[in-house]
Design a protein around this ligand. Structure first.
Ligand code: CP
Length: 313
């Protein structure tokens, strides 16, 4: 990139936020800002990853992350190939490692992977030597979502240090919650997690967060609230009696928002269960930055790809 100082990440893969140094997080936030400015230009494409081939391996469903990575890659002039489980030889019993080694044999330089198994990107990193980016692994971490959420908060407030952030809902199954907690704590934010007791993991306080079971108290405390999706597909037992009760206790609607007597910023990683976590008027309100998060996701993923791409050149 012209006129941009060339920072170097200390890591060669983006596997999680837990082990990512805060210096690397700062570099990623700054680099994403540069890319955001580029994305606002009529010509959004830069030649930074020309001749680099990136495989997007999505073993689990995705809309935002998959399209966001692909757009980020195209805007960096990389070549891309996309893999999804349906229609692949995974259905014939091929292992994850065999699948990835076969794709790498076709001279792929970088891997983006989403997988339903916790630790799948970490496992691959022990067996292959191209940069790996975790695009969400099971209930473990979703590092680029954590980064884009932090970027969006910093853009909105101008700072992260001392910012009061609430994370609301299904903390137990949420890789987004875990990546947000690790990242925002490293950057000096205060965090309260709030939800039904059955969806708050035991010992979550050990991560340096406060726990609340009271939505309105939490919202009155915070500057920004990140509402998480109830992950019905990961719940093999019932954690809440009904979605209606969950929504009554932990969903946000205009009436509850008005009762706060203050403005807070609303985030949601998507996909939204409208009428469950957020009423439609809240999801679409001027206090919600949900589509800004999506826009910023492309800039953040460009930053991740660009900086890790420097390691293979
Ligand atoms: N936020 C997020 O990961 O959305 P997708 O599952 O659509 O990628």
């Amino acid at each position: 990139m012209n006129n941009i100082k060339e920072p170097i990440l200390s890591v060669s893969n983006l596997l999680d936020i837990r082990t990512l140094p805060s210096e690397d997080i700062s570099i990623l936030l700054e680099t994403a800002q540069s890319f955001k400015e580029i994305l606002r230009r009529p010509n959004k494409k830069v030649p930074a990853l020309r001749d680099v081939c990136i495989a997007n391996l999505f073993f689990e469903n995705s809309t935002r992350t998959r399209i966001s990575f692909e757009l980020a890659e195209k805007r960096l002039s990389a070549d891309t190939v996309n893999f999804s489980t349906s229609g692949s030889s995974i259905k014939k019993g091929e292992t994850l490692l065999d699948t990835v080694n076969n794709i790498l044999a076709m001279k792929v330089d970088m891997i983006v992977i989403r997988h339903e198994q916790n630790g799948a990107p970490h496992f691959l990193s022990q067996h292959i030597d191209v940069p790996i980016i975790n695009a969400g692994d099971g209930t473990h971490e979703h590092p680029t979502q954590g980064l884009l959420d932090a970027f969006s908060l910093k853009e909105k407030f101008g700072y992260l240090e001392g910012l009061k952030v609430a994370i609301i809902g299904d903390i137990l199954h949420s890789r987004v919650a875990r990546s947000n907690i690790y990242l925002l704590k490293k950057m000096g934010a205060e965090i309260t997690v709030c939800g039904p007791p059955t969806l708050i993991p035991n010992h979550i306080q050990d991560l340096g967060v406060q726990v609340s079971y009271n939505l309105l108290e939490t919202l009155k405390w915070c500057d920004a609230a990140n509402f998480l999706r109830i992950q019905l597909e990961r719940q093999n037992i019932k954690y809440v009696p009904t979605l209606r009760e969950y929504s009554y206790l932990y969903g946000l609607d205009a009436q509850k928002y008005k009762s706060l007597l203050k403005n807070i910023v609303i985030l949601h990683p998507g996909p939204i269960n409208r009428g469950v976590e957020l009423s439609s008027d809240m999801a679409d309100s001027e206090n919600a930055i949900i589509l800004n998060q999506v826009e910023n996701g492309v800039a953040m993923r460009m930053a991740v790809l660009y900086l890790l791409g420097q390691k293979i050149k």
